[in-house]
Write a protein that binds this ligand. Structure first.
Ligand SMILES: Nc1ncnc2c1ncn2[C@@H]1O[C@H](COP(=O)(O)OP(=O)(O)OP(=O)(O)O)[C@@H](O)[C@H]1O
Length: 316
């Protein structure tokens, strides 16, 4: 999608980014690219370098080395007109005391050259009914919505969302996800930092994982880390009265190493139907339903944990 003043498809371009705090190098040569209109998830364990990178992109921190372009400008040198094109939702914020929700949003609207209408923004974040409530009386989830409203009122092209659903109950998370997904239709590019893999999987068009200051993987949630090529895992319990040796040969051949002695068996198969077909036929011939049969590909969380295992071991 093209917005006034910009025709570029790449909103953020980072090349060889390095950040040193004294002798410690927190970011060690990061390259990344975020395209216009996408929801981009930036994942990584504690201390990986996410906040450092994001603060550099937002223009709040000076880098040690590397090239950075955000909306066509170097954040280190960009001025207020550039800043007005960017929205930032931090992890924690303090609402203005004694102002209503609508008054808070109106106050922020005054800081921008071309704000969105206040009513439209409240509608967008699902706070229209709370417009006249005092901001300090909002629930935690509603307060985060207000934070998003305050960052959207300037009509930003690029929105940085830092852990937007931390502390939310499951239904508030779902509602927040719907709201964030809805930003796509506005053409807003979203740079999302999160620790929740299901959140990245649900929302992101592309995911990048940083660990120990280096990018360790990037791709779509479906393909990152070779996920789509990874073997499927098949779990089931042996039907009563049967033994391992009774299983058909293709099933036995897929038995994962060391997984043949527990109550529940684990098989791995690149082509699951080559195992599931014989297994189902065998169970049916015995009159069993394999009620606890489970087939799954590695989740984004499985892939993430494998990608970041070294760093987490080092931190333990
Ligand atoms: N101002 C600073 N001075 C010195 N070291 C810092 C500073 N800020 C961050 N660090 C260090 O840099 C590394 C990266 O920190 P950063 O906050 O970027 O990680 P993060 O990925 O955002 O972590 P988290 O998920 O815990 O927020 C950490 O080891 C941290 O201790």
């Amino acid at each position: 999608m093209t917005r006034a003043g910009t025709t570029e498809d790449v909103v953020i371009r980072v090349c060889g980014l390095r950040m040193r705090y004294g002798p410690f190098e927190a970011v060690r040569g990061v390259d990344l690219e975020v395209r216009r209109g996408e929801i981009f998830a930036f994942l990584g364990p504690n201390g990986a370098g996410k906040t450092t990178t994001v603060e550099i992109l937002e223009g709040y921190r000076r880098r040690t080395a590397g090239e950075v372009s955000v909306l066509g400008e170097d954040p280190q040198r960009a001025g207020p007109a550039w800043r007005a094109r960017i929205g930032v939702v931090l992890q924690e914020s303090q609402p203005e005391r004694d102002l209503t929700v609508a008054e808070c949003v109106r106050l922020y609207a005054g800081y921008y050259p071309a704000p969105r209408p206040v009513g439209e923004v409240l509608e967008l974040v699902g706070l229209a009914e709370q417009a006249d409530s005092t901001a300090t009386r909002l629930s935690g989830g509603q307060r985060r919505r207000l934070d998003v409203a305050l960052s959207l009122v300037g009509d930003p092209e690029l929105l940085f969302l830092d852990e937007p659903t931390t502390g939310f109950d499951p239904s508030a998370r779902r509602a927040a996800w719907d709201m964030i997904a809805g930003l796509r239709s506005l053409g807003v590019t979203v740079f999302l930092t999160t620790h929740f893999m299901d959140e990245a999987e649900h929302l992101a068009d592309r995911v990048t994982v940083i660990a120990d200051g280096l990018i360790v993987a990037e791709g779509t949630p479906e393909t990152i880390g070779g996920r789509e090529r990874a073997a499927a895992e098949i779990r089931f319990s042996l039907p009563p009265g049967t033994a391992l040796a009774d299983l058909p040969a293709p099933v036995l051949a897929a038995l994962a190493d060391g997984e043949g002695d527990g109550a529940r068996l684990l098989l791995r198969a690149d082509r699951p139907l080559t195992v599931l077909g014989p297994l189902a036929g065998w169970a049916e011939s015995l009159g069993h339903d394999l009620l606890d049969l489970e087939v799954r590909r590695p989740s984004l969380e499985d892939v993430y944990l494998a990608l970041t295992a070294n760093e987490r071991e080092a931190a333990a």
